[in-house]
Design a protein around this ligand. Structure first.
Ligand code: SF4
Length: 278
């Protein structure tokens, strides 16, 4: 039995993993700057309360953080597709390629190994510092960049809606390591969430600046049907002291407009390029 089989049998991930075979690795992407999408996993163990991927994938939000589906043959399928499918690959367009099961399954790492063999352009997006493990491969790919999502400096606040993802302090450390290694790196500052994102969002931009990152993409919270109620229920359970401030600002276009203006202003001061995410 291989390590992978043993892991799947043991169900070592607390949320469980389901083995899945895929017939295609790279699919067309309409996201700005990307031509192709690569997602080694379906569903996501980070289980962020505000995640809108379940709406795209037509999965019930309550099931999104359940059993993760691992496309166990994706490195082999990718190896066949890489020579004939050209363009920038978005790695992690729907689910996080460095979600907890990746530590054992290494499907993302094995995909990067294939990209080393063929001239490839890839843009990775994650909430996990596990990406640092793969710096050796990222440096050997023809054109690779990594984005890490950070929307607060507070580990406590982040844990409210991203309880299963590494805290922002670890993500900022990962950004420093990536920048120091020479991997092209950016921050996805989003979603901006009332009561979670620093009230003085300039503090967050300053923290990002200390890592050496010189590009930020900023995005507001995109509420989908039922999401606000779910977020309020989570706040009530995990951080009732934040509920009032959240309710006050969550539906206010001014709140997001002001926060994004403040991000842009601090980026200008820090010499950081700031872009709208979508
Ligand atoms: S890390 Fe991304 S894909 Fe995973 S649950 Fe959070 S928002 Fe969704």
């Amino acid at each position: 039995m291989s390590d992978l089989d043993a892991f799947l049998e043991d169900d070592a991930c607390s949320r469980g993993v389901v083995r899945k075979e895929c017939s295609t690795a790279l699919s067309p992407s309409r996201l700005p700057g990307l031509d192709l999408a690569l997602n080694p996993y379906t569903r996501c163990g980070h289980d962020c309360t505000y995640c809108y991927a379940p709406y795209i994938m037509r999965v019930s939000p309550s099931e999104w953080g359940g059993k993760v589906q691992a496309k166990v043959n994706i490195p082999k399928v990718l190896a066949k597709e890489l020579p004939r499918k050209k363009g920038v690959i978005g790695l992690g367009t729907v689910t996080d390629p460095y979600q907890p099961v990746e530590r054992e399954l290494r499907l993302t790492r094995r995909c990067l190994e294939e990209m080393v063999k063929v001239p490839t352009k890839v843009s990775v997006l994650t909430k996990s510092d596990l990406v640092v493990r793969d710096i050796d491969l990222l440096l050997r790919i023809e054109d690779a960049e990594v984005g890490i999502t950070v929307n607060t400096t507070s580990d406590r606040a982040a844990a409210v809606f991203e309880a299963c993802a590494p805290p922002p302090s670890r993500r900022l450390a990962a950004l420093s390591a990536l920048v120091a290694s020479g991997v092209r790196t950016y921050v996805f500052l989003g979603p901006i969430i009332p009561s979670i994102t620093d009230e003085d969002v300039g503090t967050l931009v300053n923290a990002i600046a200390t890592t050496g990152v010189r590009r930020i993409m900023v995005d507001r919270l995109n509420l989908r049907p039922g999401m606000r109620a779910r977020m309020e229920a989570v706040l009530e359970q995990r951080a009732p002291d934040l509920l009032l401030a959240f309710r006050y600002d969550v539906g206010s276009p001014d709140f997001y407009g002001n926060a994004i203006s403040a991000v842009r202003a601090r980026c200008r001061e820090q010499g950081i390029t700031c872009q709208d995410a979508f």
